[in-house]
Design a binder for this molecule. Structure first.
Ligand code: FES
Length: 91
């Protein structure tokens, strides 16, 4: 199992390999297109970015090239899956 910690106070346990979208929605992150086009679901990854799957082409197109392991890296929550471990997210 993997874990996402939202805004430092809300922990959610997620099976390895799952899309994080549903879990993000449950804590109040807004979604619109769900296809990586609109940017509504942008999240900031504070720690553990390497535990998310690689950027999709949609994320690269919208967010530009970023270092997946760098603090403060942005992701589109409708595009990422969690691989394992813990990810700290701010929204
Ligand atoms: S909901 Fe539109 S980019 Fe994620």
């Amino acid at each position: 199992m993997a874990k996402i910690i939202f805004n430092e106070d809300e922990e959610v346990i997620i099976p390895n390999g799952e899309l994080i979208k549903e879990y993000c929605e449950n804590v109040g992150i807004p979604f619109a297109c769900e296809e990586g086009i609109c940017g509504t679901c942008v999240i900031e990854v504070e720690e553990g970015g390497e535990n998310l799957t690689d950027f999709t082409q949609e994320e690269i197109d919208f967010l530009g090239e970023q270092d997946i392991s760098e603090e403060g890296c942005e992701r589109l929550a409708c595009q990422c899956k969690i691989k394992s471990g813990t990810v700290r997210v701010r929204f």
